[in-house]
Design a protein around this ligand. Structure first.
Ligand code: B12
Length: 266
């Protein structure tokens, strides 16, 4: 049965691991999606979707790399929903709930506990093969998956501190991210920005998100390119005024925010 489960998941996603639900219960994120958590959740099947495309695909870049590819919320949900449907057919008495980003699961913590990678000082998951250029999604289940659980060998990065020093807003302390300071968060805020915030967006030429702490990371140097077809076939490194935002990672925030930022950098 273990092989069959593995085959179903691997058909949709190149890397996965399993951590017990207990490992994340103390840190669950309070959100609406938490209502979908099964009462007797036992395991989290944590999956990662690489998105690095190779440097040549980032010419003219004015958004962060994760927003260059098709909206990962759709890609991850579509693929994991397919896997969950097959798992439900195999185990009709068990529950399989799919989450990605908009999730009560602290995804980096779950991925580290599932042995998929280490946590960087920038708070992000860093995998051996794809670096930190990965999205995380998960299937929470009531199925006994104890056979899949393996203790992580390593949980923390090489600790060089380059991300902490490179962050222009000093959002990184080494313990995690200060959301209020993080430039990625600033680019996503609604309404008017302060002149200092506008200057940051202009200086780093980023209309959406921020990759400074990942670009500097030595553990990202040899990251492999994504094998995910939906990401390879749909990349667009430049955001322009009046563009079609449907299917892009910033669409959920509405047109006004991305248009405001484009105006700042143009
Ligand atoms: C809210 C959010 C943001 C906010 C706030 C970030 C934050 N960490 O608070 C903002 C808008 C700033 C943001 C920015 C980004 N985000 Co974001 N974000 C999230 C989201 C939705 C929730 C994060 C959260 O609130 N976690 C809970 C808090 C309490 O976690 P924490 O502060 O890290 O605290 C934990 C640690 O301190 C940990 N801890 C302490 N010591 C140790 C030691 C070890 C060894 C371990 C394992 C843990 C640990 O315990 C705490 C509880 O888990 C997650 C998706 C999810 N559901 O997890 C995506 C997510 C973390 N984001 C993601 C991405 C891609 C980004 C950006 C790179 C996007 C960009 N290019 O602009 C940036 C990166 C900025 C950065 N350095 O974090 C990815 C990360 C993928 C990866 N490789 O790790 C996620 C997982 C989404 C996804 N599904 O792929 N994000």
């Amino acid at each position: 049965m273990k092989n069959e489960i593995e085959k179903i998941i691997k058909k949709e996603v190149p890397v996965f691991g399993v951590c017990s639900f207990e490992r994340v219960t103390e840190n669950l994120i309070n959100c609406r999606a938490a209502g979908r958590l099964p009462d007797n959740s036992r395991y989290v099947i944590v999956t990662v979707f690489p998105y690095y495309l190779g440097e040549e695909k980032y010419k003219g870049l004015n958004i962060s790399r994760y927003a260059v590819v098709a909206d990962y919320h759709r890609v991850v949900n579509d693929r994991l929903n397919r896997a969950a449907a097959e798992l439900r057919a195999l185990f009709p008495d068990e529950r399989f709930e799919v989450f990605a980003d908009n999730s009560p699961i602290p995804e980096v913590l779950a991925a580290v506990n599932a042995g998929i990678g280490v946590r960087g000082k920038n708070g992000l998951l860093i995998t051996e093969k794809y670096g930190s250029w990965v999205f995380i999604g998960e299937i929470v289940t009531t199925l006994d998956m104890s056979d899949f659980v393996a203790e992580p060998k390593k949980t923390e990065c090489i600790n060089c501190g380059k991300c902490v020093s490179a962050c222009p807003t000093r959002a990184l302390s080494g313990q995690g991210v200060d959301k209020q300071r993080c430039l990625s968060d600033i680019t996503q805020r609604k309404g008017e920005l302060t002149p200092e915030q506008e200057e940051l967006i202009r200086k780093y030429n980023c209309a959406w998100g921020c990759d400074i702490c990942q670009n500097i990371c030595p553990m990202n140097t040899n990251a492999e390119r994504t094998p995910i077809e939906e990401f390879i076939s749909s990349s667009e490194p430049t955001a322009r005024s009046g563009m079609d935002i449907d299917g892009r990672a910033f669409a959920w925030r509405g047109r006004a925010v991305i248009e405001r930022n484009i105006k700042i950098i143009e």
